[in-house]
Design a binder for this molecule. Structure first.
Ligand SMILES: C[S@@+](CC[C@H](N)C(=O)[O-])C[C@H]1O[C@@H](n2cnc3c(N)ncnc32)[C@H](O)[C@@H]1O
Length: 273
């Protein structure tokens, strides 16, 4: 299993509308009215966290991320210094360090990188204020062609062993996995899945927009390993060709279905053993 990959805020900022929509759909189900403390765990380069600050202008808002590049980009984006940005690994960072119980904890598109992340949910919910909200979203697309072809290409590469290990992602749950867990923790839960049908690059500016998309996310562990041009090309050439075949261009751009799993929970009771 690989460690956390490198992150490139400008690459991640491509397709900003498509990437922000699940966050907006997630947070729409959080009905906190006047939260005092809102925490975004795995906040990335900041735009989503700043949406939380806009939604709850009176709240103290904290964004935590383990990538220095992301936290630096977030600080640059937050020109009014509205958010407290914290560099920290969510496996070690202690919510108690904030000195007050959070009313809202959001973690969007982050826990898929974290082995055994279900174990973290229990202490996070325990740390919430009574009546507080916990909201998570993870991609549920690991069997999609974009990922299956990545694994196939890795298996045929001269550094197959390392690449295959690097692509061994921690597993994410189904909606029912999160629903059962959060229900047991004393929450009222809404869990669901949505497959977005992204229409990438309708103006045909990018020869391979699915490659551009994954370059900012799922492909990071491969790019981190293959630093030399030749070995990178030995991966990227066949992978790019396979993507073009799997995701052909149509009249409205390149259709890229993307399944995501959501859970929103309000702490309304006590955990059950
Ligand atoms: C796909 S980005 C999502 C960013 C943001 N939540 C959003 O919705 O735009 C995943 C983020 O999770 C962060 N991350 C991954 N593992 C982490 C960890 N162990 N602790 C803290 N942040 C982590 C990465 O640095 C990255 O910024």
């Amino acid at each position: 299993m690989r460690g956390s990959p490198s992150w490139d805020p400008s690459a991640y900022g491509r397709f900003a509308d498509e990437r922000s929509r699940p966050f907006v759909d997630l947070v729409a189900q959080v009905r906190a009215e006047d939260p005092r403390l809102v925490v975004d765990i795995g906040c990335g380069h900041g735009p989503s966290t700043l949406l939380l600050a806009q939604r709850w202008p009176e709240a103290r808002v904290v964004g935590v991320d383990s990538a220095e590049s992301m936290i630096e980009a977030a600080r640059r984006l937050d020109t009014e210094e509205r958010v407290e940005w914290v560099l920290g690994d969510l496996n070690e960072w202690d919510l108690a360090s904030l000195g007050q119980a959070p009313d809202v904890i959001v973690t969007n598109s982050t826990l898929q990188w974290v082995p055994r992340h279900l174990d973290l949910v229990d202490p996070w919910v325990a740390a919430l204020a009574d009546g507080g909200w916990f909201a998570l979203q993870v991609p549920g697309n690991f069997d999609a062609p974009s990922h299956a072809l990545m694994r196939e290409t890795a298996a045929a590469h001269p550094r197959a062993g390392e690449l295959t290990a690097a692509l061994d992602m921690p597993s994410v749950g189904e909606p029912a996995t999160y629903l059962r867990l959060l229900d047991r923790l004393g929450c009222t839960v809404d869990a669901w899945e949505t497959t977005y049908l992204h229409q990438l690059d309708p103006d045909a500016q990018d020869e391979n927009p699915v490659l551009t998309w994954v370059t900012a996310t799922a492909l990071r562990p491969v790019l981190d390993l293959l630093e030399e041009d030749e070995e990178r090309a030995a991966f990227l050439e066949p992978y790019a060709a396979a993507l073009l075949e799997a995701y052909p261009r149509g009249s409205s751009g390149v259709l890229f279905p993307f399944r995501r799993v959501f859970a929103v929970a309000q702490k309304t009771g006590e955990p059950r053993s």
